[in-house]
Ligand binder design. Structure first.
Ligand code: FAD
Length: 375
């Protein structure tokens, strides 16, 4: 073996493929019983394709990432749409990101684009400097929309007030003055036609790659190799010597609704202010699958001390970023271990960003190897 890769998600699998194609022998281990990391999908007992770890919508502006992945899958064009129900007692749903329709139907108005821009200008609370997610939201849409759509959702999702969360999180959601109700505006928006797991199976099917699932890093740490690419939690790698990096976890409540062809009009409905769950996703919207019943998942955020909790979202705030920097300094001093991905870099990465980072790392490693042939 030349390289041991810990984790068979996008970070690990893409790196493995690139190194294998460059002639290296690669062992990929994952502690879970399957490949694909958090993007893992499967048929449920009723035969509906579901995403085990919550909905994963592929979107990117990168032609090279989309092109590279297209070697391993065909695609089904899919533009994700999200509605939010700020008050479950009325059940009224509004497009998210906030757009012209949201403002007009919420306030009983009939504004054109310029009217919406003027409305937002009137209600926004200019903030300077913009540091927290509260600053971002108040600065763009003002207090009423903030309370209806963002504060409760954030409290549930992160266990924090908007004012305790770094600005980058809320900045991911745009505000629109037109009727565009797509959740993402990237150039490429599509789902792997046969699902993510099938994509990963093809990605990892290479004579230079061996995959062992259900295997912890600790079980293979002693094997002889030139280098390691670690895509698990960086604090775990270093025995949490500076303390645990905080994560938000989720519980996924999957349900099949026999006899319900369609539960909701769009892929995801958010519940910012009611229920324990933040959102419900109905998978047939994502896959286009025809089935007499329908399968949904509810996402219930939880702390890491809940039984069986897995780390999902790094919690971005200055204290956590400072703690991560201490681990990053250890990582930078390594010569044979490379840290990549959402858990190893303690960063909220979308799938396409992880693919781009993995391609960059693999190309750097193979270039290095060409410069220094094996002894
Ligand atoms: P992962 O997919 O988490 O893979 C890491 C793997 O390492 C895991 O399989 C884990 O079991 C394994 N591992 C960890 N420690 C060890 C160890 N000690 N030994 C062996 N194996 C180990 N991105 C999008 O682009 N669009 C979306 O719609 C989207 N939705 C998301 C929804 C949710 C609920 C979540 C949590 C994330 C979402 N993401 C989405 C982000 C996406 O999941 C990540 O970008 C992607 O999974 C990152 O890949 P990765 O390889 O870094 O991590």
């Amino acid at each position: 073996m030349d390289t041991l890769i810990v984790g068979a998600g996008f970070a690990g699998a893409v790196t493995a493929r690139e190194l294998a194609e460059a002639g290296e022998r690669v062992l990929v281990v994952d502690k879970r019983p399957h490949v694909a990391g958090n993007a893992y999908d499967r048929l449920d007992a009723a035969g509906v394709l579901v995403h085990e770890y919550g909905p994963h919508i592929f979107h990117t502006n990168s032609e090279s990432v989309f092109g590279w992945l297209s070697r391993f899958t065909t695609w089904r064009p899919y533009e994700h749409r999200v509605l939010a129900v700020p008050d479950a007692s009325t059940g009224r749903a509004y497009p998210l990101p906030i757009n012209r329709t949201t403002i007009n139907s919420l306030y009983g108005l009939d504004l054109d684009e310029a009217g919406v821009a003027a409305f937002l200008e009137r209600v926004r609370e200019p903030r300077e400097p913009i540091r927290t997610s509260e600053d971002v939201v108040l600065n763009s849409v003002g207090r009423d929309l903030c309370e209806r759509f963002f504060r409760g959702y954030t409290r549930k999702q992160w266990g924090l007030d908007l004012s305790e969360l770094a600005g980058g999180v809320a900045a991911r959601i745009p505000t629109r003055t037109n009727d565009d109700d797509r959740y993402f505006s990237d150039r490429y928006q599509a789902m792997p036609a046969e699902g993510y797991t099938r994509l990963f199976e093809r990605l990892l099917a290479h004579p230079n790659i061996e995959v062992r699932t259900g295997v912890e890093y600790a079980a293979v740490a002693g094997l002889d190799r030139r280098r390691t690419v670690f895509t698990g939690p960086i604090d775990e790698f270093y025995g949490r010597r500076f303390g645990a990096l905080p994560y938000r976890s989720l519980r996924f409540e999957h349900e099949h609704l026999a006899g319900t062809t369609q539960l909701q009009p769009v892929g995801t409905v958010n519940y910012p202010n009611d229920h324990a769950w933040t959102r419900i996703t109905e998978f047939k919207h994502l896959s286009g699958q025809q089935h007499a019943g329908s399968s949904v998942v509810r996402e219930i955020p939880q702390d890491m001390d809940a039984p069986g909790a897995e780390p999902y979202y790094p919690i971005p705030n200055p204290a956590n970023e400072a703690l991560y920097k201490r681990y990053e300094a250890l990582a930078e001093a390594e010569t044979e271990v490379f840290f990549l991905g959402r858990l190893a870099q303690y960063r909220y990465y979308n799938m396409d960003q992880v693919v781009a980072a993995a391609l960059a790392l693999a190309r750097r490693l193979t270039a290095q190897r060409r410069a220094q042939p094996a002894p």
